[in-house]
Ligand binder design. Structure first.
Ligand code: FAD
Length: 304
């Protein structure tokens, strides 16, 4: 449990409000759409810097990502960022997607290479007429639309396909040289890994914000499988916290909020001033964690 009297909270309260951003995935069904919308409505008053919408593996959600982004733009004051990958499409198609986004008012793309169409662990092959890499995609976007902000991924534990962390940081450097101005990390649970990575990135002359990606574990078992495949280490202390809770969703939720809140509070205490939340389209845990970070709904803050 977090000790509520611990100084960490006071330190955070005394600091500037951290910047936050939320990641959603495009809903598949009407019920999921309603659920996403409830989540957006609950989290919007926390005044995120931006909200991002993922792009399904292999471009499978191309239209749904677009319509989710379009709805956010037309019905809220949030600033949406559209994820986009190089997978399975020619350059012309990708350029067209970006132009369509720009036409409706999107000014932020999260540019990724994407997973191999055969799934994580299979060999990645470039589309014959496609963008060759994430850096190539960043350059393609910036060449055509200088006013679009481009964020990219970063891997504190290295990407599973990467031979070592230095090779991975070379890829990040290429993305920054191509025009990326923010990196969002893959989920991690050990803050020391993040700070060690940050030291290496800075030593390499990369000065853009490296925003920690935070994932509250709504369903530990499921999330563990997913993040492990993506190269994230799940420490044994974390697994122990969820032991015996497979049939106890209520306690799991409280534990998940406590763990993630502890992680962000410790990061904030060491000077981290921006967080990206993988919301899984759920508001409850993220709202609680933001509250513990000292972030209050907009209206309440203004009235205070
Ligand atoms: P890059 O940063 O370009 O590369 C990562 C590493 O992969 C490199 O360091 C290198 O070691 C290796 N690598 C890259 N290209 C090659 C190559 N040609 N040969 C050998 N090794 C290579 N996926 C989606 O499908 N949709 C999303 O919306 C999405 N959003 C994401 C958001 C964030 C914040 C993160 C961290 C990941 C996201 N992903 C998403 C997952 C991502 O697409 C995969 O991790 C993918 O495998 C790598 O794409 P990237 O742009 O991160 O890779």
């Amino acid at each position: 449990m977090i000790d509520p009297s611990a100084p960490v909270h006071d330190d955070i309260a005394a600091q500037r409000r951290p910047a936050i951003s939320f990641e959603f995935f495009p809903p598949k069904t009407e019920e999921m759409e309603r659920n996403l919308w409830n989540t957006v409505t609950r989290l919007a008053p926390l005044d995120p810097s931006f909200v991002s919408v993922t792009y399904g593996a292999g471009g499978s959600t191309r239209e749904r990502t677009h319509s989710t982004i379009a709805r956010i733009l037309s019905e809220t004051e949030l600033r949406p960022a559209a994820h986009l990958t190089c997978v399975g499409a020619a350059r012309g198609e990708i350029d067209e997607i970006v132009s369509r986004y720009r036409d409706i008012g999107v000014r932020h793309i999260v540019a990724l290479r994407g997973d191999p169409p055969g799934g994580i662990g299979t060999v990645y092959s470039t589309h014959p007429e496609g963008y060759r890499s994430s850096a190539d995609l960043v350059a393609g976007i910036k060449r055509r639309h200088g006013d679009i902000e481009v964020s990219v991924s970063a891997y504190p534990e290295k990407h599973p396909e990467s031979p070592d962390i230095d090779a991975d940081i070379d890829v990040l450097k290429a993305k920054v040289d191509a025009g990326a101005t923010r990196a969002i990390t893959q989920v991690f649970f050990d803050n020391d890994l993040y700070f060690r990575y940050l030291d290496r990135v800075r030593a390499r002359g990369i000065n853009i914000p490296i925003v920690p990606g935070i994932m509250p574990m709504h369903n530990f078992r499921q999330a563990r499988n997913f993040v492990t495949r993506a190269g994230t280490t799940v420490p044994s202390w974390l697994a122990e916290k969820f032991e015996g809770l497979d049939d106890d969703a209520e306690t799991r939720k409280l534990v998940a909020a406590t763990v993630a809140a502890g992680q962000v509070q410790k990061l904030a205490k060491r000077g981290v001033d921006a967080f990206h939340f993988y919301t899984m389209n759920r508001a409850d845990l993220v709202f609680t964690i933001c509250h513990l970070l000292g972030i209050r709904p907009d209206a309440a803050r203004k009235a205070a």
